[in-house]
Design a binder for this molecule. Structure first.
Ligand SMILES: Cc1cc2nc3c(=O)[nH]c(=O)nc-3n(C[C@H](O)[C@H](O)[C@H](O)COP(=O)(O)OP(=O)(O)OC[C@H]3O[C@@H](n4cnc5c(N)ncnc54)[C@H](O)[C@@H]3O)c2cc1C
Length: 492
């Protein structure tokens, strides 16, 4: 990139769009982020009910410790000091997994901070599987080293290939002969990225697990505060964010991008467009003939991750104190696979005397199919009732773990349709494109498109989660700059 950078238009203001924008603004590009919603932030943004901030896409963050991957990203973006966080795991627990299968599983397993502690907890829970556990943890340590050294961004393709490590993790565990109990404990990290263990590439599994065992953190403020920090940083660097700007078309001439059109009809010119939205959404924005049928076919056929149903409720803080770790109630089958789980968090809220209970579980998309053709806010009373009923079932189930909730008031529940409409994610997919072993080739280098000047960013290009999404932003910038220039100019 010897010439002066041109104008960059970024579609979507989630963590993917905002982080891409900050990196490019730091490099001197003229950057404008365009967001369809009235407020920026996508899944990162929290929302307020009864004066309480309810999280959507950030419940905890991994690897913000010194020299760890997310800390390096936040330092580069210039936001580390403005996003206050608290370290989890001070009492030895980041996540507590609860099982109800006494024949095959221990009643609980605690995920701690640090690989020695993790190995020790595994050895204690599964004393007959010492040798296997050593092999398993050695591979996770190796991945942690690659993750924090940013091999995915800086190593040359011959040094490092994801394809070498794309064997399904379930198969790896089968080969080692793991017990169902150990298998279930190891299945949870793949659920964080929405991929079943049996089809989760070993590298993605180990990367997700390593990112949280390295260190885990909670935001001290809300997701919306984090979005404000990112937006302020971008504005400080001379970038712009325009909200209420839904893009209907990416303008392409002879396979070269030259701008975007909004649903209002307004057109904006740009030499580069970065679409930090789902690739299937990008495809709908591209004029017929802009890409080859084979590319259209590949993107259309991509399978996506499942969605999520979530409940937020207020509860009495004196009776139900904040729990400094996450709780997972895990459903297992006899082989140790995990068809579903419930995730619980009890945290202090902005209101004195009130704590916030959050529950997340898989979306059960079929249950919401009758309202597929409706939009958020206009789905009718029967939808509201179905949602409230499902939410109450989850709360009653939670009471079996936490006791009867005093001062309970449901604040909100959201369904796959809510996620679909809020961020334009196909069928409300929570983590975007399914990063499965069966789709390894179809999902490779998704940020490169067949249109010159058009790049993708966001959780779909490399991996979901805040780390995976920001990693995707750096990798898209690498494509724009070229690998040599990237290595020279961006030091993380
Ligand atoms: C319920 C849930 C819990 C999660 N928990 C965690 C967690 O604890 N920790 C973690 O690290 N990760 C978590 N994740 C994953 C993480 O939130 C996501 O990977 C990440 O936020 C994705 O960011 P993104 O920028 O790719 O997408 P998004 O946040 O979806 O942003 C895309 C943006 O593009 C906008 N847009 C779409 N179409 C258009 C258009 N036509 N014109 C203009 N704008 C458009 C959308 O409105 C949206 O703002 C969670 C995800 C979910 C769903």
């Amino acid at each position: 990139m010897k010439s002066k950078p041109g104008k960059v238009l970024i579609i979507g203001s989630g963590i993917g769009g905002l982080s891409s924008a900050i990196i490019l603004a730091k490099l001197g590009f003229d950057v404008t982020v365009l967001e369809k919603n009235r407020q920026p932030g996508g899944l990162t943004r929290s929302y307020t009910r009864d004066g309480i901030e309810c999280a959507v896409g950030i419940h905890y963050l991994g690897s913000l410790g010194r020299n760890q991957v997310l800390r390096k990203f936040f330092d580069y973006l210039g936001v580390t000091d403005s996003i206050p966080v608290s370290r989890m795991g001070q009492d030895g627990v980041i996540d507590r997994y609860l099982f109800d299968a006494p024949e095959t599983h221990p009643p609980r397993f605690d995920l701690p901070e640090g690989f020695d502690a993790y190995e020790e907890n595994l050895q204690q829970a599964f004393p007959d599987e010492r040798a296997r556990i050593e092999i398993i943890v050695a591979a996770i340590r190796k991945t942690a080293g690659q993750l924090h050294a940013l091999d995915l961004l800086y190593a040359t393709e011959s040094d490092f290939s994801l394809l070498d490590q794309s064997q399904p993790y379930g198969e790896v565990l089968d080969t080692l002969g793991c017990s169902p109990g150990l298998r279930s404990v190891l299945a949870i990290p793949s659920s964080w990225i929405g991929v079943p263990l049996a089809d989760c590439p070993a590298y993605y599994h180990n990367m997700a697990l390593a990112s949280y065992v390295s260190s885990s953190w909670r935001l001290q403020q809300s997701g919306s505060d984090m979005v404000d920090v990112l937006v302020d940083r971008l504005l400080e660097l001379g970038g712009k964010v325009i909200t209420g700007a839904e893009i209907s078309e990416i303008l392409v001439d002879s396979r070269v991008v030259n701008g975007v059109q909004l649903t209002s009809g307004e057109c904006l010119a740009g030499s580069h467009v970065i679409a930090a939205v789902h690739p299937q959404v990008v495809l709908q924005m591209l004029p017929e003939g802009a890409v080859k049928p084979s590319y259209r076919n590949r993107i259309t056929k991509l399978q996506n991750t499942h969605s999520i149903f979530s409940v937020h409720a207020r509860i009495d803080a004196d009776t139900h104190a904040e729990i400094p770790y996450n709780i997972f109630k895990i459903e297992t089958d006899e082989a140790g696979n995990v068809p579903d789980l419930k995730y619980y968090q009890i945290r202090e809220s902005e209101k004195k005397g009130v704590n916030l209970l959050s529950i997340l579980t898989s979306g059960k998309d079929d249950a919401w199919a009758p309202w597929n053709d409706t939009r958020s806010g206009c789905r009718g009373d029967d939808y509201r009732e179905a949602k409230a009923q499902h939410a109450m079932q989850l709360i009653r189930e939670a009471e079996q773990l936490f006791g009867s909730f005093k001062g309970l008031k449901m604040l909100d529940a959201y369904t796959p349709l809510t996620i679909r409409d809020w961020v334009n994610s196909p069928e409300g997919s929570a983590y975007g494109v399914l990063r499965s072993s069966s789709q390894t080739l179809a999902t490779a280098i998704l940020n490169r498109t067949a249109v010159k000047g058009l790049y993708l960013a966001g959780q779909n290009v490399m991996a979901p989660g805040v780390i995976g999404t920001i990693m995707g932003s750096f990798s898209s910038v690498k494509l724009i700059l070229g690998a040599d220039e990237f290595r020279k100019t961006i030091r993380l």
